[in-house]
Design a protein around this ligand. Structure first.
Ligand SMILES: Cc1cc2nc3c(=O)[nH]c(=O)nc-3n(C[C@H](O)[C@H](O)[C@H](O)COP(=O)(O)OP(=O)(O)OC[C@H]3O[C@@H](n4cnc5c(N)ncnc54)[C@H](O)[C@@H]3O)c2cc1C
Length: 339
């Protein structure tokens, strides 16, 4: 079991800055996100779009903002658990026990939900039997590409993720790429590379085909695909990868006994605490009178929730307000020299 002073659910801008605030005041924290990368909406929905209303940064893209927030965390040692969804939050004594989709268990007095509009979930195969093989031989994201070495991998999708992985895995695996259209949505350079690899026999391409059924008892044996004009083909395969984009769902957060109003969690504006002591909600996922769904609001909410965590994590110590410009303690934590 992992023990930490505070656990942050969500690695969007709010979760990242909240982690900074926790570490600055001397608390430990770990961060969990369902996505395979850090940055939440900024990195998933608008990495190239300029943002103009971050205080003191006249203009930066979603990706640049994320990079800066990650840079700001460099002085600290923070463990990120990506590709992992928080499924359960339960009270045990004075602590909250948090369980993830990969059965990791955390014990903490403080849970900070920075879950945005909910977890980004992959769109899945429409064939029901696929559920049986999920996370065994059917995946919607990749944690460890080594498992595909020397295997037959059938990739479905026509966007950047499907194309990037088709190119990457074709180095060491036998790759089938299946897409329901003739044209791809990915970057032109990658589309060109895929066509080159198809020409060289490194990728087997099936366009205007979709999944029809799968076969296999203990392990996946084959996938049947069907064309627009009802032609059927059976492809022997060890693994299926589906890259059909993401949907946003409040997901398991809805089952943790929190006061939820229109898919947002009600909080007070002193600690950003929910109706449960030690569970806070910050950023887009929280609601209170006057709430603005802006990145700058999430930063303020995270800073206050972090201070509230101190009381539960260090019940015998008193929190002392200090400026980074003048406090030796804070400068030491940041690894900068004091004057
Ligand atoms: C196109 C677009 C443009 C925007 N432009 C601006 C702008 O100009 N200025 C501005 O201030 N704001 C803008 N916003 C809004 C801004 O992006 C959000 O306010 C901000 O991303 C909220 O940050 P967050 O950290 O609260 O949530 P998010 O960025 O949504 O991150 C939440 C994270 O939590 C994870 N998560 C949720 N549930 C779970 C779970 N159970 N387990 C594990 N992980 C979970 C999700 O996967 C996600 O990565 C824009 C939004 C969009 C879509």
């Amino acid at each position: 079991m992992n023990k930490t002073d505070a656990l942050i659910i969500g690695a969007g801008p709010t979760g990242l800055f909240t982690a900074h605030q926790l570490k600055l005041i001397g608390l430990n924290c770990e961060v969990i996100d369902n996505l395979d990368k850090i940055g939440g909406q900024c990195i998933e929905l608008y990495p190239d779009k300029p943002i103009y209303d971050i205080p003191a940064i006249p203009e930066c893209t979603g990706e640049e903002l994320t990079k800066n927030l990650i840079n700001q965390l460099k002085p600290f040692d923070i463990k990120f658990h990506l590709n992992e969804r928080v499924d359960e939050v339960k009270k045990e004594g004075d602590n909250w026990i948090v369980k993830t989709s990969y059965d990791k268990i955390f014990s903490t007095p403080n849970v900070i939900i920075a879950g945005g509009v909910g977890s980004f979930e992959p769109r899945k195969f429409s064939v029901k039997e696929c559920e049986k093989f999920e996370n065994k031989s059917i995946f919607y994201s990749i944690r460890d590409k080594k498992i595909f070495e020397k295997k037959i991998v059938t990739i479905f999708g026509g966007g950047d993720s499907a194309l990037d992985w088709a190119v990457e895995l074709s180095n060491n695996s036998n790759v089938n790429l299946v897409h329901r259209r003739d044209d791809f949505r990915g970057a032109q350079a990658t589309v060109d590379r895929v066509h080159e690899l198809v020409k060289n026999g490194k990728i087997n391409l099936y366009t205007k085909f979709q999944i029809s059924s799968i076969k296999g008892e203990d392990h996946l044996e084959s996938v049947e695909i069907k064309s627009e004009d009802k032609e059927l083909k059976t492809l022997k395969t060890d693994y299926l990868l589906g890259f059909f984009g993401l949907i946003m769902q409040l997901g398991p957060i809805a089952n943790w006994g929190l006061n939820i109003d229109k898919k947002t969690i009600e909080v007070d504006t002193e600690k950003f605490q929910t109706n449960h002591k030690g569970i806070y909600a910050v950023g887009d996922i929280c609601t209170y009178p006057g709430k603005l769904k802006l990145i700058l609001s999430g930063f303020h909410e995270g800073a206050l929730a972090a201070r509230a965590c101190f009381k539960l994590a260090r019940p015998n110590e008193k929190y002392r307000f200090e400026f980074t410009t003048s406090s030796k303690t804070l400068k030491d934590r940041l690894g900068v020299k004091s004057d």
